[in-house]
Design a protein around this ligand. Structure first.
Ligand code: NAD
Length: 311
């Protein structure tokens, strides 16, 4: 039963995801603390609810797309939260799509499965929770081409696939509760480090006399190729339509990268896994305008090398 979908968190990503659900024919009701964003939906005849508890009352399935772990905990377990009705919940499925700490995903999954369903559904007595963060930015959210990485019960994942395919192009089942969140922070950890690596390589190359455009062609035809070299190049003028070509405006902000690296570092620490590159990437991303910073940092270093070679 996927007919009535409640959506909480109508920011850059969530507003676009909710619109795609509506376009696919789901009956969507929405909630957000920001009246500015709910007004757009209200003006288009979409029911707006005053609290997460009211969303739960109206929905078979609830999807959340919030900034970070603390917001998600508040929306689930706060006074007027999704789980406020305790032992008589209507939604049989909760899908949490924010990028959050996997330990929080796992704890909430337990809280959800400790609740009971108001009406048993095909023998199901307790609601399910899936952690289903996404890859792809605002453009992919708008185009309905996100990638979902999903943790939780496999039967719930299979039942929720029509929702994922209304908002995304690919969904990948990653295993038990929290594994979607694990996949998300590991993906962004790899992306952050490779992005910094590409920036450093292009800075070194330019300082040693090769044009960034030429070196990019080489990287993209060789083993250095990655998303940052071929889709999000950090040097202004090499690619059109990416942040580096508009003075680093828009795109995946350094502060979001820093948030995801903090989550990755905390999780690696918790699991007692060495993570030296995560720590370094964390320090670099904690500053604004990561590309500019990395480029200028390494251009400075390489400048010194060139001077030493010349003398
Ligand atoms: P956003 O800040 O634009 O939107 C978050 C929305 O949640 C806002 O409208 C805010 O008012 C609302 N909100 C906050 N607390 C609330 C509460 N207690 N109750 C109800 N509403 C509340 O964030 P975003 O860019 O849409 O990102 C959402 C999530 O997706 C984040 O976890 C982010 O890391 C992840 N993500 C973002 C991108 C991206 O490119 N922006 C890409 C992939 C994943």
């Amino acid at each position: 039963r996927l007919e009535n979908v409640g959506f909480i968190g109508l920011g850059n990503m969530g507003s676009r995801m909710a619109v795609n659900l509506i376009k696919s024919g789901f009956k969507v009701s929405v909630h957000d603390l920001n009246a500015g964003v709910t007004k757009n939906f209200m003006d288009n005849g979409v029911p707006v609810k005053e609290s997460p508890a009211q969303i739960a009352e109206a929905s078979d399935v609830v999807i959340t797309m919030l900034p970070s772990s603390s917001h998600v905990i508040d929306v689930y377990t706060g006074a007027n939260g999704l789980l406020a009705a305790g032992s008589s919940l209507r939604p049989w499925l909760f899908i949490e799509s924010s990028t959050i700490d996997p330990l929080v995903s796992r704890k909430l999954s337990v809280s959800v499965s400790d609740c009971s369903l108001r009406e048993k559904l095909d023998g199901q007595e307790n609601p399910f929770m899936l952690d289903a963060p996404v890859s792809g930015g605002i453009l992919a959210a708008e185009a309905g081409t996100l990638t979902f990485m999903v943790g939780g019960a496999e039967e719930a994942y299979a039942a929720a696939e029509p929702l994922f395919h209304s908002m995304g192009r690919i969904s990948i089942y990653c295993g038990g509760p929290g594994n979607g969140s694990v996949a998300k922070i590991c993906n962004n950890l790899a992306m952050a480090i490779s992005m910094i690596g590409v920036s450093e390589a292009l800075a070194v190359g330019q300082s040693l006399g090769i044009a960034a455009t030429t070196l990019t062609r080489v990287l993209n035809s060789s083993s250095g190729r990655c998303w940052s070299s071929n889709s999000y190049n950090p040097v202004p003028g090499v690619m059109q339509g990416v942040p580096s070509s508009r003075n680093y405006e828009g795109g995946f902000a350094s502060k979001l990268m820093a948030k995801d690296l903090d989550l990755a570092a905390a999780s690696a620490k918790e699991a007692a896994v060495k993570h030296p590159l995560t720590t370094l990437a964390q320090q670099i991303s904690a500053r604004e305008l990561v590309f500019k910073l990395v480029l200028s940092l390494w251009l400075g270093e390489v400048g010194k090398i060139k001077l030493e070679l010349a003398s």
